[in-house]
Design a protein around this ligand. Structure first.
Ligand code: MF3
Ligand code: CO
Length: 254
């Protein structure tokens, strides 16, 4: 899927898709507490998306010969980094859970994620989440016309490095539009001044992923869930961002 440049009209639609995404994520956040399962949250997400005239992007998604994705959300707990499948496991006090949500509205995709602690979590976990979210804020701030993909990647990666966190290499951000995964791929580490130049009308999903220990990952038997191999805690934040002449516009914020 090549890099696509969106018109103002397309960005307006993507803003609506992003607004729905933000509302549904907020609803999910309010429902996160000890005892709830991924299945239950997924059901809530599916209903809320439908009620807003939109489509759950992830449901049935089947790239690279993978089995169709079985949910509307990714539900990744503790050492599961991303793409965790919603299931029967009940959240427990102290867990870290990442929720990733894709919403398609009028043919355009919004993709966003957050990580949150269930009840009280360790100081280490809190700091991991804060730094990962801050790296997203900083990555967004350099998503401007004339900068390059490497400027975003370097900015995000530097945040993790400064705090000695593990920076996950195999996964990253991406272009987004009619398809959830468009070019370019956006690594969470890199060098300033390298890579594709950002132009007005590009829309990108930025998604830093850091962990406390070694960043090696492996896929679980369900063929979707990606876990940190040494079992350390991980965090993941994502927004869909339009590159405009007036700077970056976050489309997935309420
Ligand atoms: N934000 C995730 C990504 O870009 C969404 C994956 S959805 C899934 O990889 F269906 F592929 F799990
Ligand atoms: Co994404």
């Amino acid at each position: 899927m090549p890099v696509t440049i969106k018109s103002q009209n397309e960005i307006d639609i993507m803003r609506s898709a992003g607004g729905i995404n933000a509302e549904v994520r907020e609803m999910l956040r309010e429902n996160i507490s000890p005892g709830i399962t991924g299945f239950e949250l997924d059901r809530l997400a599916q209903e809320a998306i439908k009620a807003r005239g939109a489509i759950a992007t992830f449901l049935g998604y089947s790239p690279w010969g993978k089995p169709p994705y079985p949910g509307a959300i990714c539900f990744s707990v503790n050492e599961v980094l991303v793409h965790g499948l919603p299931g029967n496991q009940r959240l427990e006090e102290g867990d870290l859970v990442s929720i990733d949500l894709g919403v398609t509205y009028q043919g355009y995709v919004s993709d966003a994620a957050f990580t949150v602690g269930v009840g009280v979590v360790s100081e280490e976990a809190r700091s991991l989440m804060e730094i990962t979210e801050e790296s997203l804020v900083q990555g967004i701030s350099v998503a401007t016309v004339g900068n390059r993909i490497g400027d975003i990647s370097q900015t995000i990666g530097a945040c993790g490095e400064e705090s000695s966190l593990g920076i996950i290499r195999g996964y990253g951000g991406h272009g987004v539009g009619r398809e959830m995964h468009e070019e370019p791929h956006i690594p969470n580490h890199g060098r300033k001044g390298t890579g594709l130049e950002l132009r007005r009308g590009m829309v990108v999903a930025l998604e830093p992923m850091f962990c406390i220990g070694d960043p090696a990952t492996h896929e679980l038997e369900d063929e979707w869930s990606v876990a940190i191999s040494d079992g350390s805690l991980s965090a993941h934040f994502e927004h869909t961002v339009a590159i405009t002449d007036n700077g970056p516009e976050v489309l997935t914020r309420a």
